[in-house]
Design a protein around this ligand. Sequence first.
Ligand code: CU
Length: 169
Amino acid sequence: MMQPYVLLISLLLMLVVAAIFWWVVRHSAANARLRPSGQVEGYRSGLFWGLVVVGIVVAVATLRPWPYDVGAADDAVTVMATGSQWSWEIVPSEVPVGRPIVFKVTSSDVNHGFGVYDSEDTMLFQTQAMPGYVNQVRHTFTDAGKYRVLCMEYCGLVHHDMISDIEVK
Ligand SMILES: [Cu+2]
């Protein structure tokens, strides 16, 4: 819910930086003695625009799937996960294999970490469980079985026992 403000502040600060750049460029152009020769300037200009194009292509190609469109209408299953000192409430705790699962993760008291592990104790994904916020993480289980949920954020005396299961069928 704070993200639009953060985005707005970032854009404003980018505008400020851009304005400073523009001012510096404007004022440095007045000093003709320091200007490079026409040929050097040609190379430099070519390099500059080449890098701009490469930057745009790389940014578009790598940032397109971000932020993850977890709200998209598809056949995703929604699971609510709530952390509390010191247990997890996961509803439903049984999910289908091969279908995207959207975990909506929150906390009823302090910060917890929602980490999901496979049977070999390899972490598959994790997100923060924060009071007042719902963090979403999307995962598709490719294998059936029992997956463990561990708390990833020290949250008090019995933090180590904050273990739960997700059954994938
Ligand atoms: Cu914890």
